[in-house]
Design a protein around this ligand. Structure first.
Ligand code: HEC
Ligand code: HEC
Ligand code: HEC
Ligand code: HEC
Ligand code: HEC
Length: 177
């Protein structure tokens, strides 16, 4: 017990010594804030690796739907264009191959999703010059996509107000007369 206390005391002393040296560190450049981490997903797919390190364009995977309102989340067979031959020993890639083989949809946990009574179109916003980052943050840094912006009614309204876009209720809600 006494020995444990002695060790503890020396640890405390060491910490005190370190903090006494702290001012020297104040001049070091600030480290970048860690990327936010979103929900656990059925396959550990990393945007930081694919969109960040490998610099794959967002649009390579997120192709617009026919109307352009939705940006498609790719199916497993699209990922297999590369993973039929790449990293095939990785257990997460093997899970992916299993989904592709059975033809079933990967049950991704959605991060940005509006209730069905809200109208939203990617096309309208992208045509206006907004970027993915404006509404989703720096996804290319994230291991697991996190919700970093406010997609509540208040969040939509504050940008609409700032950009002089429409604020009428029927812009975003289909109202029955
Ligand atoms: C253009 C080629 C390409 C496409 C398309 C692609 N990947 Fe990858 N993926 C890679 C490469 C390259 C690596 C890194 C291999 C390495 O470093 O060992 C990788 C790594 C991975 C890993 C392993 C990560 C780890 O922990 O090492 C998973 C899981 C993965 N990809 C899933 C996917 C999914 C899901 C899709 C489709 C949405 C996809 N990939 C599409 C090229 C691709
Ligand atoms: C290799 C294919 C691939 C690339 C490249 C890619 N994504 Fe994704 N993205 C996915 C997959 C698969 C998911 C579903 C799993 C997840 O949430 O990580 C996803 C999910 C998302 C989501 C969450 C959608 C939701 O509501 O659940 C956003 C937002 C997103 N991506 C934005 C981006 C942006 C922005 C870029 C470019 C910086 C990008 N993605 C590049 C494959 C890709
Ligand atoms: C004006 C804000 C805004 C911009 C700009 C934007 N998004 Fe989104 N995104 C959203 C909202 C809101 C949702 C949820 C839509 C829903 O549930 O109907 C969403 C959903 C998604 C989804 C899930 C599938 C879908 O369409 O519902 C993906 C993938 C995605 N965004 C990727 C991107 C990428 C990639 C870009 C850039 C090319 C981008 N987004 C630009 C706001 C935006
Ligand atoms: C970062 C800014 C920004 C955010 C956030 C944003 N919007 Fe917009 N939105 C705009 C701009 C700018 C326009 C005008 C585009 C135009 O005139 O073509 C617009 C247009 C629209 C339109 C089309 C209006 C029309 O006249 O057809 C709808 C619908 C819409 N937004 C819904 C939403 C919803 C729902 C959200 C929240 C989930 C949202 N927006 C968040 C900037 C934003
Ligand atoms: C720019 C887009 C936009 C406009 C304009 C807009 N809303 Fe909404 N509204 C939303 C979004 C997004 C949600 C969903 C919020 C959420 O998921 O928490 C919502 C939710 C709602 C709800 C449900 C609230 C709840 O607690 O679930 C009501 C009611 C509503 N809006 C009424 C209105 C009325 C009335 C107007 C006109 C004064 C209006 N909205 C204008 C985007 C908009």
């Amino acid at each position: 017990m006494r020995r444990a206390l002695a060790i503890l005391a020396s640890v405390v002393a060491a910490i005190a010594l370190c903090s006494a040296r702290m001012p020297a560190q104040a001049t070091a450049p600030p480290a970048a804030a860690p990327a936010p981490v979103g929900p656990e997903q059925p396959i550990q797919f990393s945007h930081a690796m694919h969109a960040g390190t490998m610099k794959m364009p967002c649009e390579y995977c997120h192709v617009p739907s026919r109307t352009g309102d939705t940006l498609i989340i790719p199916r497993a067979d699209m990922c297999m264009q590369c993973h039929r031959t790449m990293d095939t020993g990785n257990p997460e890639v093997q899970k992916l191959a299993q989904y592709a083989k059975s033809g079933s949809i990967i049950p991704w946990v959605r991060v940005y999703e509006l209730p069905s009574f809200v109208t939203f179109s990617h096309k309208r916003h992208l045509e206006h010059g907004l970027t993915c980052q404006d509404c989703h943050g720096d996804v290319a840094r994230e291991e697991r996509v996190a919700r970093v912006t406010d997609i509540s009614m208040g969040g939509c309204m504050s940008c609409h107000r700032a950009k002089h876009a429409s604020l009428g209720c029927n812009t975003c809600h289909f109202l029955q007369q």
